[in-house]
Design a protein around this ligand. Structure first.
Ligand code: NAD
Length: 327
């Protein structure tokens, strides 16, 4: 059984990963500053004897070095997350997503620790291909458009991780998450499914940005964390980049319609221009679909739960939350 560190473990994906690792019998330390995560996300494991929470920032080099020292495997998920948060505070994005990753990788070389690095489909930027493979080009917009700071910061993390793998044989796996959804995801940072479900449960029109014709694929968080764990365990995956998510495609308009049908038939859809949601000059990505061949070939599996099933799970979780928490 391994001693694991999960940075960002009080967040949406990190808390599910923490639960899974503890279920498998591992020891888990979470390092999280609770900026977008919360203690409630870890309520189910708070009293587990193999679990420990350190509240603090990955931007504190002494703290990061200290918590890493006792670990054999490091899952690095802490980051400034979400298109809205990033557009609002690009400095925080760069500071959180780049310097600490470099320090973490350097320390991991010294400690011979295995590392999983959470990256994102945002690194593909505006690549016009219908389906993205890990070897495709990255197409970012201008540096004057703050939203690209997120994808760029994660791309730099990837370059760093691959460089440390090549130069020092660091056993590191890079996972590019596509849209991940499930219980505990919140809508404050622009995440579309929790936002739509909140609006539907409140009986309000669903606010779809632009014309709603943009497409996305949504993977269930429990299947995504299973891939994360298996990839990190697999030596064949070390030094490689993997798309992780579902490849079931839906338009945002179609997504809104499915949620309305499940929660509150008859609700209207309100179309909002991007500039109203994110400010002037915002650019979105029209289509975002992963090619999962590499993931399937390496693990023999891929996330396969249907969107309808995922929506049922999120809606049931939202309904179980105390009134007033459905934001
Ligand atoms: P989240 O906001 O729920 O989790 C991020 C966690 O990091 C939070 O608990 C937050 O408090 C913590 N954190 C932020 N800054 C920190 C700091 N300076 N020090 C310590 N902790 C800090 O978001 P998530 O959706 O669970 O994302 C987890 C990872 O997955 C991130 O790296 C994100 O970029 C990546 N990702 C997520 C998605 C998705 O669809 N949810 C898609 C692509 C990539």
């Amino acid at each position: 059984m391994a001693r694991c560190l999960v940075t960002g473990g009080a967040g949406f994906i990190g808390s599910h990963l923490t639960e899974r690792l503890l279920d498998l019998g591992h020891e888990v330390t979470v390092l999280d500053d609770l900026s977008t995560g919360s203690r409630e996300n870890l309520a189910a494991v708070a009293n587990h004897p193999a679990f420990r929470l350190r509240v603090g920032s990955i931007t504190d080099p002494l703290l990061l070095t200290e918590v890493m020292a006792g670990s054999e495997v490091i899952y690095h998920l802490a980051a400034a997350v979400g298109v809205k948060l990033v557009a609002d505070d690009p400095v925080r994005t760069i500071e959180t997503n780049i310097y600490p990753t470099e320090l973490l990788l350097r320390q991991a070389v010294q400690g011979r620790q295995r590392v999983f690095l959470a990256s994102t489909s945002e690194v593909y930027g505006k690549n016009p291909k219908e389906r993205w493979t890990e070897e495709d080009d990255l197409h970012f917009g201008a540096t004057t458009r703050a939203r690209w700071a997120y994808g760029c910061s994660k791309a730099i993390d990837e370059f760093l991780a691959l460089a440390y793998h090549r130069k020092f044989q660091l056993p590191v796996v890079i996972g590019r998450f596509f849209n991940v959804v499930g219980p505990r995801q919140v809508g404050h940072y622009g995440m579309v499914i929790p936002r739509f479900v909140d609006q539907a449960l409140a009986g309000r029109p669903l606010e779809v940005y632009d014309d709603g014709g943009q497409t996305r694929c949504f993977g269930h968080v429990q299947e995504v964390v299973e891939c994360v764990f298996r990839l990190t365990e697999s030596s064949a995956a070390h030094g490689e980049v993997f798309n992780i998510g579902s490849d079931e495609l839906v338009t945002i308009r179609g997504l809104a319609e499915q949620i309305i049908a499940k929660v509150h038939p008859g609700l209207a859809i309100r179309y909002i221009p991007y500039r109203e949601a994110y400010g002037e000059g915002f650019e979105d990505v029209r289509q975002r679909v992963p090619d999962l061949t590499r993931l399937r070939t390496t693990l023999g599996m891929q996330p396969s739960r249907s969107l309808s099933d995922i929506l049922d799970d999120v809606i049931a979780w939202k309904r179980s939350q105390p009134a007033g928490d459905q934001t």
